[in-house]
Structures are given as structure tokens and as C-alpha cells.
Write a protein of this length. Structure first.
Length: 368
């Protein structure tokens, strides 16, 4: 049995970690697996762990990939660059699994080219895709040719079934491997101090950090004491920096840029705030919970509500709603230490579902 991962990408997003972690989790089990390197996106991976489909690196290294038109062009370029190499894999005589991590919609169209019954295509979905009528029709048709479709959360899976894109038999939950193991390290966290807040993620519209700045500007006017560290980089850095200056919050809110040692931030801050418009499930949530951090999160689709059990294991607020956010902020601020400790301990117990070991076991079960 051979296993190939095909996940062409052109920007650093958490899905890339999902691919690598999934690959590493089954590599440990000595399964014959490789990552398909289409145009250089996986060049940093050990050559023993990848198959280079093309040698041309000019487009990937020299052409801008951001923006609506450029990103669409690049997706099409990557897709057609992959076909020749994928056709070679489709001639395999052994039972072979091609795990497609759907970062753009185009990879699902590879099913047009698959004729060999030894090749089993597994489609991994991250978040609910934007599907107009023609795309929905194509997805339903092409998905029939997939061996299996996996979703990282129940919410995404149930919505796909409800919208009749996939059937119960076709789609299963396969949670992303986000942590190596559930941490046994006891971080000394002073639950009395609840002033240092942390936000982590790319500075993009999806992460919605502008809402955090607007919300804390209002809390600042109401004389609440706080500091906020926003860790990450991205296209909205200038916008967020201008907002911080406009509200005169430079001493309260810091843009910390990309940080390699993110665990240090989890250890030195009191609470994680997630303001995203969507997640699936949210790597930062799992990592922070593994460090025993209390979490305030938007109830965005699809992950935080499920993970935090409708607010029983954390604090949920309605996305983009300041009054709802303030209510959760105050509840977190006023809850007893024992309540906070109980929430974080119960949340940590759930994290075994997001370990490498659990993922590899579940994936192996699905393959069989």
C-alpha cells in the first residue's frame, strides 16, 4: 500500500501544518508515504519524503500569488503542472491512496483523470467551501469518484450532509493532528491576574483582529485595565497598526510579528482571544488549550463552539458583536479561580483527539 499527499499551496496557512503533521504521523508507523511537490512549494521537505512532479521553480519563486486574479491564475497553473506527474501515479499497480488536502477547489477535478481502480482518492475538506450552483453540481458529481471525504469537525461534516453534497457513507470525521501529545507540563499560571490577552494568527480578514482593536478601544474608554499581544504577520499589518494609532492604544496593544517560539507567549499571557470569522477547527485553540490557557472565542463556524462545548469549556461570543464579546470578557474576568481551572482541565482532556497518535490510528482505520 502506498500513500501520497497532494496539497499544492501558495501561502502559509494552518492547513500546511495539517498536511505535514498527518504525513509525519503515518511516517512514524512506517507506512510507505510521500508528499507530492508540484512547483516547489514543498522544497523545504526532506527529498526522501517528497516526489518532485516538476522542476520548474520560476513561477512559484518569482510571481506574486496574492490578490483575487493572481491567486486564481496560480491555482490553475499549479493544477495543470500537476497532471503529468499525477497520471504517472495513476498507473500504479499497487493499492494506492491519494490524499488531497483541499486548499483550493481545483484538486477535486483530478477525478476526471482517474481510471485506475487501484487508486483511491481521499478528499480532505477544511472549512465549508463557498459553493454556487455550478460548483455544487460539479462537487457532487466528482465526489462520487472519491473513495472517501474527510472533515476535521462535526459541524463541517453535518453541513455537507445537510446540503446534500456528500452522503453519510461518503464523508467521515478525521480530526487534524495538531499536537504531538497532550502536555503533562504544569505551567504556573496565576489565575488571579486576568489582564494580559493574546491573539495569534495571520493578519488577514479571516482572523478579524480589527474587531479586537475596536472592542478594546471601547473597553479602554470604560477604564478597563488590559494589554493585548497580537502575534502573526500578513497583509493587514499596516491597517491594524493604523487602527492602534488612531485609538491611541500603542501602549496597550502590540503587533509582535511572526514568532517561532509561540509556546512562550502561551505561557506568559493570561487568556487567548480568538476573533476569527471562520476556523476548522483552529490550530491556535488546540495549542493554547494544551498549555492550560483559558479561551475567549467567537462562535464562528466551524470548530470553536464544538471544541469549547458551547461555552462550557471556555467563553464564546457572537462573531463581530461587541456587547456579546464584553459579556464573555466580563464573565472570564469575574469567574472564580476554581471555575477557570475546571474549564481548562476538562478542555485539555479533549485534546487527545488532536494528537498524532490518534490521527494515525483513525486514518489507518479509514484506509482499511
Amino acid at each position: 500500500m502506498k500513500i501520497y499527499y497532494w496539497a499544492p499551496y501558495f501561502s502559509k496557512i494552518a492547513t500546511i501544518n495539517a498536511v505535514l503533521n498527518s504525513f509525519n504521523s503515518i511516517k512514524i508507523k512506517n507506512l510507505d508515504s510521500k508528499v507530492l511537490n508540484t512547483v516547489g512549494e514543498w522544497d523545504a521537505l526532506d527529498p526522501k519524503d517528497r516526489i518532485d512532479i516538476t522542476r520548474n521553480r520560476f513561477v512559484y519563486n518569482n510571481i506574486k500569488k496574492t490578490g483575487f486574479i493572481r491567486s486564481r491564475f496560480f491555482s490553475i497553473y499549479v493544477f495543470f503542472s500537476s497532471i503529468k506527474g499525477l497520471l504517472r501515479i495513476f498507473n500504479e499497480k499497487k493499492k494506492t491512496y491519494l490524499i488531497i488536502h483541499l486548499i483550493t477547489s481545483l484538486p477535486i477535478f483530478i477525478n476526471f483523470f482517474k481510471k485506475n481502480k487501484n487508486i483511491r482518492v481521499i478528499l480532505r475538506i477544511s472549512g465549508y467551501p463557498q459553493l454556487n450552483f455550478p460548483r455544487k453540481f460539479l462537487w457532487k458529481y466528482l465526489a462520487k469518484k472519491c473513495f472517501l471525504v474527510t472533515a476535521p469537525t462535526k459541524e463541517t461534516m453535518n453541513r455537507m450532509i445537510k446540503d446534500k453534497i456528500f452522503t453519510h457513507k461518503k464523508i467521515s470525521i478525521l480530526r487534524d493532528p495538531i499536537i504531538n501529545s497532550v502536555s503533562n507540563i504544569k505551567i504556573k499560571r496565576n489565575l488571579k491576574t486576568r489582564k494580559k490577552f493574546l491573539c495569534v494568527g495571520r493578519l488577514t480578514d479571516q482572523k478579524n483582529f480589527s474587531f479586537i482593536i475596536h472592542a478594546f478601544s471601547k473597553l479602554n474608554r470604560e477604564k478597563y485595565d488590559f494589554s493585548v499581544s497580537i502575534v502573526g504577520d500578513g497583509e493587514q499589518r499596516k491597517l491594524l497598526s493604523n487602527l492602534i494609532s488612531m485609538y491611541k492604544l500603542n501602549n496597550k496593544i502590540k503587533l509582535c510579528g511572526y514568532q517561532k517560539n509561540i509556546v512562550q507567549y502561551y505561557k506568559t499571557h493570561d487568556c487567548l482571544i480568538v476573533s476569527s470569522k471562520w476556523e476548522d477547527p483552529g490550530f491556535v485553540l488546540i495549542e493554547a488549550a494544551n498549555c492550560g490557557m483559558p479561551i475567549i472565542s467567537s462562535n464562528c463556524p466551524s470548530g470553536p463552539t464544538e471544541l469549547l462545548e458551547n461555552g462550557n469549556l471556555g467563553y464564546l461570543y457572537k462573531t463581530d458583536d461587541f456587547l456579546s464579546f464584553k459579556k464573555s470578557f466580563l464573565k472570564y474576568s469575574n469567574d472564580s479561580e476554581s471555575t477557570l481551572l475546571k474549564k481548562t482541565k476538562k478542555l485539555k482532556k479533549k485534546l487527545i483527539d488532536y494528537t498524532f497518535e490518534k490521527h494515525s490510528k483513525n486514518l489507518k482505520k479509514l484506509l482499511n
